[in-house]
Design a protein around this ligand. Structure first.
Ligand code: IPM
Ligand code: MG
Length: 366
């Protein structure tokens, strides 16, 4: 059994609260499975700004570089809102981390247990068995990072801002490969989402995905959809997708829509896998819950720890190759929640428990 060497970047507000619980679950599993945990905690986000003067301190980056994976909490909040955009925790910590480690493959499961369909804003007739789909978002290209990216004053005195949407064929191919892996582990259906009726990058995207799947994955059923239609189809019949793959900006928007129809952000985890391999020859990755720092409930002990715990499962699966243990954790979360132990965000007026008791119930299932 390998030693699990990872960086723990809990971040701000509820970040450290749910991280503590996720580590408690991992310690428990490690004991049962004979795993050795070797993790190092480091400041990031607002904690980085407060303690080191920047959202992604050099010391934190160094700890990440010496690790096989990053377990991430969440960053940002009202305390740092007045800083210039470029210095804010989200912009100045997450984006540089993605770029530095080329975390190009963002995997966001859209999972809603059948027992929790009430949490979705969709009518339950549309999702009688809950929701179980996966969004694969390209994370290091497109509008987020393309150059030029600037604001200039024109000769006539007007002001102009530009972001550049740029994709290379090789970038599209590697995210397609990641999407194929995800589709193969499920129903072998892949929907590629683009805007090929308007955008040059999307024309290349569609052509490249089509050729790559034909050559490397004839076992996969590939379909294409325009991004605006995908936004609509997600609300009409989300489960038609199974796995969808898309570029950075569309993925940002569609993954939030997916999170919304899945009810509580407190249940959604994500993996951002790098182009590089870790010391075990597996993808280096960053694993984080989708929910954010939730400043309004921080310090009250009521945050839902499930998304952070499910992020641990993703880390075990992708960066440590421990599929069986990942599944054990996922099953324990499912059993605890569907068995009736719930934090306030998923209790629908029924009695709810706090962060620690939710975790205890999950550990009891392990
Ligand atoms: C996300 C977030 C980030 C993004 C922000 C915080 C920079 O919305 O991970 O989806 O836009 O990618
Ligand atoms: Mg987003």
């Amino acid at each position: 059994m390998p030693t699990l060497k990872f960086a723990v970047l809990a971040g701000d507000y509820i970040g450290p609260e749910v991280m503590t619980e996720a580590l408690r679950v991992l310690e428990h599993v490690a004991k049962q499975e004979g795993l050795t945990l070797a993790y190092t905690k480091a400041d990031v986000g607002g904690a980085g700004i407060d303690n080191h003067g920047k959202a992604l301190p050099d010391s934190t980056l160094k700890i990440c570089s010496e690790s096989d994976a990053i377990l991430f909490g969440s960053v940002g909040g009202p305390k740092w809102e007045k800083l210039p955009t470029l210095e804010q925790p989200e912009r100045a910590a997450l984006l540089p981390l993605r770029k530095h480690f080329t975390l190009f493959a963002n995997i966001r499961p859209g999972l809603l247990y059948r027992e929790l369909t009430d949490a979705s804003p969709l009518k339950s007739e549309r999702i009688p068995n809950g929701i179980d789909i996966v969004c694969i978002r390209e994370l290091t290209g497109g509008l987020y990072f393309g150059k030029p990216k600037e604001t200039t004053t024109l000769p006539d005195g007007d002001i102009q801002a530009v972001d550049t949407m740029v994709y290379r064929k090789s970038e599209i191919e590697r995210i397609t490969a990641a999407a194929i892996d995800a589709a193969r582990a499920r129903k072998k259906q892949l929907c590629s989402v683009d805007k090929a009726n308007v955008l040059e990058t999307s024309v290349l995207w569609r052509k490249t995905v089509t050729a790559y799947v034909a050559k490397h994955a004839p076992d996969i059923t590939l379909s294409h959809m325009y991004a605006d239609n995908a936004a609509m189809q997600l609300t009409r019949d989300p489960n038609q997708f199974d796995v969808f793959v898309t570029e950075n900006m569309f993925g940002d928007i569609l993954s939030d829509e997916m999170a919304a129809i899945c009810g509580s952000l407190g249940m959604l985890s994500s993996a951002s896998l790098g182009a590089g391999k870790n010391s075990l020859g597996l993808p280096f990755g960053l694993f984080e819950p989708a929910g954010g720092t939730a400043p309004d409930i921080a310090g009250k002990g009521i945050a839902n720890p499930c998304a952070q715990i499910l992020s641990v499962a993703l880390m075990l699966r992708f960066s440590f190759g421990l599929e069986k243990i990942a599944r054990r954790i996922e099953a324990a979360v499912k059993k605890a929640v569907t068995g009736g132990t719930r934090t306030g965000d998923i209790a629908f007026g029924k009695p709810s428990v706090g962060t620690k008791a939710m975790t205890d119930a999950i550990i009891a299932q392990l």
